[in-house]
Design a protein around this ligand. Structure first.
Ligand code: G4P
Length: 530
């Protein structure tokens, strides 16, 4: 095997999703610990340090305690090169999560054992479902009182519509948490509270067949419950089926406690075996194999001003095939231009490392001189590759934006346009007027706050947002239709997007239907294309 094939095949690129507070940060931190990317001393300082080191770029994240941007981490473990894509936990940023998932080959879903499926888990999971990638479940916080295990699995199956296959099974929980039973190896792995988790936490591995030893480790009562549960489980749960897992129809389930570092390495080891090598991706109707093709990548995220010390715009791209090496010429497919990617970086929160090479499966950050858009393809100049675009979500909240100091028009337009290019917001204009009136559309209302904050902090522009009552947006797809002639309902508003395409805003679904009824031949779409 060539060196490139070897490098690509050892890559595992996944996203990690959870409802806030389920333990995503803690679990990520423990993964890094196994990879040796951070040292133990750093880890035991707790979340405050980890949070800031790992994923927080923006002040607003610190203030609100939620992560609104996603970051990328890379580490090596057991011969694998692992890329973790962190996703924003808040539902208002589900579009960002969706784009991040586009760059991942699988997802790890963290669930709090005492809370089960939570609202954001549901929303994020839905987004995962749209991508159809394998999902691995880690049920966390077993050192605390947790819900009944069968009920937890039932909830995942019913609420999320995915079959579950427990790879291990918890023995008790909270104060009486004794460890897990590994169904595959048929062993009991005992738990000892290591006081916030050192790597050396004492565990013993006992074959289930050694009943006396199991009983001595977990107690008579727990042993009996475990044996009953195993029997029940073997009869009731879905069979382990790697094809179903790969198709996103079955989720392997693991139990543990990220905080005390129990079950994390077990999870990591199984996960790395079960998840896929970098997947082939669709380009113009054919699949591009990561190993058989030279360099190609697509942009899944653009972010400006991530760090006050570096006032620049970074395009994040996922390498889909081949090898990237420093200073190679690549073609930006959408513009047809051949260019040299200047100083590609691996970006780990505040830390930036210049890369000499990267391979299929990796994520790189590249300075964007303002030519990249989300969904763009880059490849070696001779290749003919164009990856499928990333759909945009229809905004559900709208507001009129006014700048408070009218003298700062230029900064205002620059700022709001740049933020829109990043895909965090969508901007529209009144139909028949110029840029004076800007209407912003967002998927989640928190994005309004982020917009206001960023304009103030990065562009020095104060704005006022005036909420508008619209909730439904429709692009006009029928070519014959003239916007002037559309007869709508009294609550309908005509606007246009930055490319001058006409759009309609409605307060409710009913008005959408009425407008379609009143205008023969009118075709509307919920999705705008980039
Ligand atoms: P998130 O990224 O999903 O939002 O969750 P995060 O890891 O920040 O964890 C949220 C809280 O849950 C933290 O407590 C963290 O210490 C705790 N936690 C995470 N995993 C476990 C676990 O396995 N067991 C228990 N008992 N707790 C866990 P906090 O009080 O908010 O922060 P801190 O002050 O303890 O750092």
């Amino acid at each position: 095997m060539s060196n490139i094939a070897e490098e690509i095949n050892k890559r595992r690129t996944f996203a990690i999703i959870s409802h806030p507070d389920a333990g995503k940060t803690t679990l990520t931190e423990k993964f890094l610990l196994y990879g040796g990317a951070i040292n133990l001393a750093g880890s035991v300082k707790g979340k405050a340090t980890a949070r800031h080191a790992v994923s927080d770029w923006m002040e607003i994240e610190k203030e609100r305690g939620i992560s609104v941007t996603s970051s990328v981490l890379q580490f090596n473990y057991g011969g694998y090169c692992i890329n973790i894509l962190d996703t924003p936990g808040h539902q208002d940023f589900s579009e960002d999560t969706y784009r991040t998932l586009m760059a991942a080959d699988s997802a790890v879903m963290v669930i709090d054992g005492a809370k089960g499926v939570e609202p954001q888990t549901r929303k994020l999971f839905k987004v995962c479902g749209m991508r159809g990638i394998p999902i691995f479940t880690f049920i966390n916080k077993m050192d605390r009182d947790a819900n009944d295990t069968f009920e937890l699995l039932d909830e995942i199956e019913k609420e999320l519509g995915i079959a579950t296959c427990p790879v291990n099974w918890p023995i008790g929980c909270g104060k009486s948490f004794k460890g897990v039973y590994d169904r595959h190896k048929q062993t009991v792995i005992t738990y000892s509270d290591t006081e916030k988790g050192t790597k050396e936490g004492e565990t013993t591995v006992i074959p289930i067949s050694d009943e006396a030893a199991v009983e001595a480790a977990v107690g008579t009562e727990r042993k009996q419950v475990l044996f009953d549960e195993i029997e029940l489980l073997d009869g009731a749960s879905a069979e382990y089926d790697i094809d179903e897992i790969r198709r996103g129809k079955l989720t392997p389930v693991f139990f543990g406690s990220a905080l005390t570092n129990f079950g994390v390495e077990i999870f990591l080891q199984y996960f790395l075996q079960m998840t896929t090598t970098p997947l082939a991706r669709m380009s113009q109707g054919s699949l591009i194999d990561p190993v058989d093709n030279e360099f190609s990548a697509f942009v899944f995220k653009i972010q400006a001003n991530m760090n006050k010390a570096h006032r620049d715009r970074i395009a994040f791209m996922r390498i889909c095939s081949g090898k990237y090496s420093a200073d190679m010429d690549v073609k930006h497919v959408q513009s047809g231009k051949v260019m040299r990617l200047s100083r590609p970086q691996q970006i780990m929160a505040d830390e930036r490392k210049i890369l000499d090479e990267a391979y299929g499966g990796d994520i790189i950050g590249v300075f964007d001189p303002g030519i990249f858009s989300i969904g763009d393809t880059l490849c070696v100049p001779k290749a003919d590759i164009k990856y499928e675009g990333i759909p945009t979500f229809a905004p559900e909240h709208f507001a009129r934006v006014r700048q408070i100091d009218t003298m700062k028009r230029k900064q205002f337009v620059k700022g709001i346009t740049q933020i829109a290019q990043e895909g965090a917001i969508q901007i529209f204009q009144e139909y028949n007027t110029g840029m004076e009136e800007i209407i912003v559309g967002v998927v989640g209302v928190l994005q309004f706050e982020v917009l206001k904050y960023r304009l103030e902090n990065e562009y020095n522009v104060d704005i006022k947002l005036e909420p508008l009552p619209y909730e439904h947006i429709r692009w006009i797809v029928s070519s014959e239709t003239e916007l002037d002639k559309i007869v709508g309902t009294s609550d309908m508003k005509k606007i246009k997007d930055l490319k001058d395409r006409p759009l309609l805003l409605f307060i409710n679904e009913w008005s959408v239907g009425m407008t379609l009824d009143r205008n023969k031949g009118l075709e509307l779409s919920e999705f705008g294309t980039a």
